[in-house]
Write a protein that binds this ligand. Sequence first.
Ligand code: PLP
Length: 376
Amino acid sequence: MIPITKPYFDDDELWLLKECLDSGWVTQGPMTEKFENLFKEEHPCTYAVSVSSCTAALHIALLALGIHAGDEVIVPAFTWITSASCVEYVGADVRFVDVEKETMNIDTAKIEEAITSKTKAIIAVHLFGCPAKMDEIMKIAKKHHLHVVEDCACAIGTTYKGKKVGTIGDIGCFSFHPRKAITTGEGGMCSTNDETLYYKMMQYKNHGANLVKKGADYGKPYYMGIYDDVGYNLRLSDIQAAVGIAQFKKLHKLLEDRKRCADYYIEKLAGNADIILPVMPQEFGHTYQSFVVLLKSGDSELRNQIMMQMRQQEIQSRPGTIAITRTEFNKKKYALKDGDYPVAEFCEDASLTLPIYPFMDFDNQERVIRLICDMI
Ligand SMILES: *Cc1c(COP(=O)(O)O)cnc(C)c1O
């Protein structure tokens, strides 16, 4: 069986896990701090806040920015559902914007028409490791006084015009789910250069404990902290961070090999006029968290036949991701109907994720390419 992705582990993870377990400290602690520091080296930012998932990261990002009921947040129509669920968590409403076929990211030409007097933020998603057009997004945000949260779940290592994603906007949110380039099983990270946002995110992830205000008894053994807001427990554990440290040490090697696989797909499929490939301009540092192709015809029946054939040949595949404007929840809450976001719908119906992971066997990749070329 050729899996759609496969995490890469070696003895480093085992040694660090053993070190963590032997130490007796398994919740947030020294391993988490080391993990955050490694992250900061990779995605230069002043503050990194480790959390239990990217979904948790998005949640505390919106809380820290003060988004609440009555506010609106702009979210692309084609993305993983949590890019929009986080808006619901804080009681705000989503304003969907269609995507463009070329990058499958938000169509920046359509953002301004979605902005109202209630709009407070844009969630810029770097889907599948391809950066969103941040120059355009930041320009619109500045003009309309909007916050920008970067959903970098798929984008560890991704660059935009030479700059690592995650601190172009106010806050970046990363994922270490096994479908992403490096993993801690479940896990996430927030990045920011803003001290106030940092302390707020620390408070929300950690039971509401305020780290800035110090009570009169601060430092005494009986000091219990200041809890002036409701928080959650969204911390990453040191067990997960131990795995993350080992993963970070080989990140560049893993990303390089992922790119090698992507380049090979592109080389072999480039001649096929019926496929839209994820080929990007040089200034977009794509990291290919997923290698997603589109059938130019939009023929979803053919796409489904290909996926059935892939299953028969024991090759895993998935559609790219979801047109979130077609989920039952969003259709009902926002009175949406089919056809409202045609490019997002096209992307869901005509997309196909091909297996990609570091050190993917050459013959396996050839098998995938042959099947695609036989059917399209
Ligand atoms: C995977 C993903 C998420 C969610 O990440 P988790 O760590 O699983 O919560 C959010 N947004 C996008 C675009 C994703 O691909």
